[in-house]
Structures are given as C-alpha cells and as structure tokens.
Design a protein. Sequence first.
Length: 285
Amino acid sequence: MRGREFGDAIRALLRAAGLTNRAAADLLGWQEAKVSELVNGKEGTTDVDLAKLLGLLRTPPDEFDHLMALHHDTNIRDWLQPTKSGITDRARTLREHEKIATGVTGWSMNVVHGLVQAPDYITYLVNASTRVTPDERPSVIRNRIARQQSVFDGYRTVTIFMHEQALRLPVGSRDVMADQLHHLLRMSVRPYLTLRVVPTVVGPHAGLAGSFDMLTFKKIPPIVYVESEGATVFLEDQLSVELYEDVLKSLGRTALDEGQTRKLITDIIGEECRDDQVAEEQLQR
C-alpha cells in the first residue's frame, strides 16, 4: 500500500509538471529506469536523489515531507497510521485505494456507515468528535463528502452492512435523523449499492469486534481498513484479511435482505412520525 501511494503521488507530480519519465531522467542526468522504479514504488533510490526529483517537480512542502517519510517503507506490508502522527490528511490512503477498488464492503455497528451518511448527519458527528479540532472540522466534512462522491461513481460495487442500532442512535435533531433515514432509502435504489441491516433481535453476531471496510481489486489482493480512536490500520496480510472475510460471510447470512432492510428503515421512520404526533397532541392538551 505504501508503495502504491508513493508511486501514484510521483506520477501525479510528473503529470502536473508536464514531464515524462524520460524527460525527468534527462533533466537529472539519470537513466529512465531510475524514475520508473520510483513510479513503481520500488526501493533503491537514496534520499538525496529522491529530494532532487521532488525539487525538480516543485513538490509542495507537505507533499515533500509525506513522500520522504514513505520512501523507506514502501515494501512493508500493513500500515498503522496513528491519529497524532502528523499526517495532515488522514483519509488520503483510504481514498486513493478506493479509487482503484472494484468493490467496497463496509460494516458499521454503532452509527450509519460513512459512505451513506447525509451531509447534516456528517456535520453533527464531526462536530461531536474529540479527535477533530475546530479548525480541522470544515476540511474533514468536505473530505467525507468528497469520498462519497468518488466511491459512488458507478465504477465499483458497494455493499454496506449496518446494525439496527446504528439507525436508531439519535444523532443531531429529529429532523437530522429523519433526513438520514430518507437518505438511506434514496440511496438504496442505486443499482451498484446494496444496503443490508443486521436486526437487533439477532443478538450477538460476528461483527461485535467493531466496524471495518474491505476493498477488493482486479489485480491486487484485498485490503482491510479499520479505524479506531488512536489510529487507522490497513491490513494486507492474507491471514488477517481472511478473518474479516469470514466476518462478512457471517453477516451476509445474518442480515436482512435489501427489501427487508428498506421495510425496516420505513418502519423506523413511521415510528418517529408517530412519536412526533403523540408529542404534539400532548402539547396541545
């Protein structure tokens, strides 16, 4: 994952500079193969040579620091990204890999999954987070909405499993929750999106360890993304990924189908409307 992110960033810088691998190599007095190895995320280039290339490509300071930090670890599997690591865009790695994924499968136990959150719901969650400073909140909200737009472009299948409690947990006002539930119904008719809910009556289930996303690709093995309070983790090793594949298979056997899920969401909306009506009648008495 580190190697792919590193190589993709170098390609983007070359495009922005209007240079081919050969043109950049000629300007630096290198063999073209040396630039090609960097673009492919391979080791072997010194920090000094990488700094020369990044300088030639007029790399912004934050991106320069990011790529220099990645350079030594491009062949290490799995990736722990601590929340306080200094990474300015903590969602970057996830977004970059979702762009090339052919499938995204998510499981969310406590709140509506991030890919299908309505804008007001996102705003309330971000504002309530202790991990996000007030200055960071606007960019985090923009990044989450941009992630949705990128994933839901019709080029990949998306399956979202959620627990029923995620639909019933009050987030923001009753209007925010009503908008969120209607948003789920609108999203559920998209042909490349599958929404399925694990009902509360099931009791204990395979997803109790927590929420995660699995990304599948055409030419590379699947990866798993797990987010916690202190870090985000990307898992690539086969044994770890297989454990999460087993969880998804179990959730698939446990969850309501798409039609039953839509009915449950509709029923919850109806319950909320009846509660509002009862409350209004009590106020009028």
